[in-house]
Every structure is written in C-alpha cells, then in structure tokens.
Design a protein around this ligand. Structure first.
Ligand code: E4P
Length: 221
C-alpha cells in the first residue's frame, strides 16, 4: 500500500522521504494556506519545489481552486505544465469537476477526484476516468458515518466493473485507519506526518529495547 503525505510543508516531506516512506503527496487549498505563501506565483513555485523532492514515478496531487468547467480546465492546464510527469490534477466532486475529469482523461492527464463521501460519487468519478478518487474517511467518522465501510463498498463496486481508478483513502487521522485500509487492500492512503510516525510506536518495543541494552551493558565492558 502506498503512503502519501497530506501536506504542503517541505520539511515534513523531507522527513518522510528520509525514512523511505514517501510514495506521493496530496495537497489541498487549506494545506497551502498554512505555508508562508501569499500570491499565486509563489504557490506555483512551491509546487515545483515539492515536485523536485519527489522521485520519478511518484505523484503530487494539486487541487484546482476554480469551480466552473472552463476555469477548471484553464487552471489545471497551467498547473499540469509545472511538472507534467508528477502533477496529478485534483478536482472536486461536482458536475463541472466530473466534466473536466472526462476532458483530462481523454488527454491522458491524471486526475484525483476529491471530496468523495459516497459510493455513488465514486462510481461517477470512475466512469469519468479519474486516475484516483479520494474518499474522506475521517470527515465521515466525524459525523458518525462509517468511513471504512465506504472504502470497502467502493472497492467492491470497482472490482465488479473492473474500474482502473485507484482508491486513495484521504482524511486518514490515525494508525487504525491505515491498518484497516491495508486489510481492505486499497491502493493508497494519504495522511499527515504524525500518523505515519505513530505506526512506529509500540510500548513493548521500547521496553524490549531498553531491557536488551541494560542486560548487555551490565555484563559487557
Ligand atoms: C485529501 O486529499 C485531503 O487533502 C485530506 O486528506 C483531508 O484531510 P482532513 O479531513 O484531515 O482535512
């Protein structure tokens, strides 16, 4: 299963890359707004800097801020040329978004249909040729719906029709989400840096390591 980092922060990206766990990156307008960037030109430069940190074959999902079909197409074209091999155009699940995914699918430009909260939305995106869909697990859990159940149902529907669209589980908030997605067998998850670090932790590992070192140092001088 691929680990995507849900961030626009260069330092976080470098940290996860340094431990060999960076398979891709997803951003969104809220994540970009957390960085010290104040104009469109610098946003573009920032995306280029992120792409430089990504090895070949790894993708950065960049979300459009336009909402109508023609503006989505124009904006996405400008974003795509920043690094055509690495940038995936992230488009919201709307009628205009779906139309633009169909347009890009014909041009072989990869898209990520974001803000997916139902099987019906996932089906529309897959039929339109989205490369990824991003169902938001955590935000569903927040409103007392079962995010993991949604992922399972989407996987079943995609299997039934042999859709090539990949499931990129988003809004992943804790290690249990990651483990359950792995059990379901989905393609990728995207999550903030701390969730990835939390996978390393187990109290028995710390206790065991301390005991090994203590025993060794007691005897070996
Ligand atoms: C997905 O691509 C989004 O960027 C993200 O996963 C949303 O997560 P959140 O619900 O924690 O903001």
């Amino acid at each position: 299963m691929k680990f995507f980092l849900d961030t626009a922060n260069l330092e976080e990206i470098k940290k996860i890359k340094s431990i060999g766990m960076l398979d891709g990156i997803t951003t969104n307008p809220s994540l970009i707004s957390k960085e010290n960037i104040y104009n469109e030109n610098d946003v573009k430069k920032h995306y280029i800097s992120i792409c430089k940190l990504l090895d070949e074959g790894k993708y950065l999902s960049v979300e459009v801020i336009s909402t109508d079909y023609h503006n989505i197409i124009n904006e996405a074209k400008k974003l795509s040329i920043l690094d055509p091999n690495k940038i995936v155009i992230k488009v919201p699940m709307t009628i205009d978004g779906i139309k633009s995914i169909q347009f890009f699918s014909k041009k072989k430009i990869k898209t990520n249909c974001t803000l997916i909260f139902s099987v019906g939305q996932a089906l529309l995106a897959a039929k339109s040729g989205a490369y990824y869909i991003s169902p938001f697990l955590g935000r569903l859990d927040d409103i007392s719906y079962n995010g993991l159940k949604l992922i399972e149902e989407i996987k079943k529907v995609f299997f039934n029709f042999n859709f090539k669209t990949k499931i990129l589980a988003a809004s992943i908030r804790n290690p249990i989400h990651i483990i359950e997605c792995a059990k379901i067998g989905i393609h990728a998850i995207t999550t903030p840096i701390n969730t990835i670090y939390s996978l390393f932790n187990h109290p028995m590992t710390n206790i065991g390591l301390n005991k090994f070192l203590e025993d060794y140092k007691k005897k070996i001088k």
